[in-house]
Design a protein around this ligand. Sequence first.
Ligand SMILES: [Fe+2]
Ligand SMILES: [Fe+2]
Length: 510
Amino acid sequence: MGEKRARAAIRATILAVDDEPRVLELVVEMLSSLGPFRVLQARTAPEAFEVLSSEQIDILLSDLFLGSYSGLDILHEAKAANPDIVIIFMTAQPSVEGAVAVLKEGAYDYLVKPFRRDDLKAAVERGMEKQKLQRENIHLKEQLALYQISEAMVGSVRVDDVLGLILDFVLKEFKADTASILLLDPATRELKLTQFRGKTRDIQGSYFVLGNDPACRSVVESAKPKVVNKSSPLVDGSPRPRIRSMVSYPLLAKGQVIGVLNVVRTETVNYFSQGELFSLGIVASKAATAIDSARLYEELESAYFDTINVLANSIEARDRYTRRHTDRVRYLTEMLAVQLGFSGEKLKEVRMGGILHDVGKISVPDHVLNKPGPLTKEEFAIMKKHPETGKKMLEGIEFLKPALPYVLYHHEQYDGSGYPYGLKGEEIPFEGRLLAVADTFDAIISDRPYRKGVPFEKALDELVKFSGRQFDPSVVNAFVSVWENHVLDLEFLATGKYLDLPVEAASSRK
Ligand SMILES: [Fe+2]
Ligand SMILES: [Fe+2]
């Protein structure tokens, strides 16, 4: 109890270093009399380095020369251990050059031996005041940065985006060289490297970043962070940057470990300070929550896609002449979109539009939908309603809004001869112009009861022939490029079986 109270009252931890035992004894005595300080001591530089790497030292009071170590060596080591340490050097001979050099590099002050108790007191007090201001400033900056990352994460709904934001933030704000996030596979309980930033090769301990380290496993098991600091950077002849400090934080969502955040600094920077470790803990906690929400969102979205697929399939089940039409149009539209530079969210909207474009056919009676011959004028009038019916069906569902332009405008034609509105050229939303090309291509290649499907190459010739009349030339050009690049999965178009697809399209099979 008494010890606890004493510790609570301690104003600072001071390390005094001098190789002359009598001087050291005197300095320690003076410091002890100045106030409730915790005073540690060391006689050599290596001894001091050991203390610096294992204890949180606020003030270092050191002789300017310790054996073969200069003031600068000592300063660099102390700053590495704790960036906001206050360093006061003591020197027997007033060597101005030496003092100026260490002040330039970040020492706070120097005292010329022998000095009086009051001189020491004044230097320590001023140093502590400066440190207090510095720490408050750092704290404010950290708060601001944490606020910014929280805001950014709230705005992201994709797990990948959230992970990227966290890692970019960690590298920048915590001056780390490498950071990675490993997520736990709920089924196998294995950690999987999900994203990383920075150097991963050519640093010793890359196994740590990649998660192949018992330390990461222990973080998962204990749900507690682990900090590994490497002591004095003694030269080991290795040309690779050496790990200075490694931190592995558990990502906890709803009390469960869902992964780990690993952060690494190499020898060029300092250890992580207590304040930084605290902030990293906050980042890890916010990150875990954001990952959890993003996962929920993705699950929900995938459930939505399953539902709209069921909806689209139920229409196809009635329409025996256009089996798999939806699937092929969805695929072709996505391939065109990729060629035109769509990615991410935009590409998902394309998929949604492809799947749902004919959803309004639900209102077309069987005898019209399945008629084994060309439609009469009246029947065609019924058929022509399907874009607007589809739009009405979907417009109340927020999540499906991006699909609406595909549904409503896919039968408009570039020259204004299409339906339902007879829009012309750029009046037709691009989604409609895009889907129209894929939709028509599929209609040309498909068998009908009254005619055989046309071979792919001839169908492409048709598209080119009507480019600028029925179709937007930019979309037809994209189709020609896709064709010439040999990226279309012709086997899939012919049989419905997938072969090797380009990554974007392959990732969108669902
Ligand atoms: Fe249609
Ligand atoms: Fe269609």
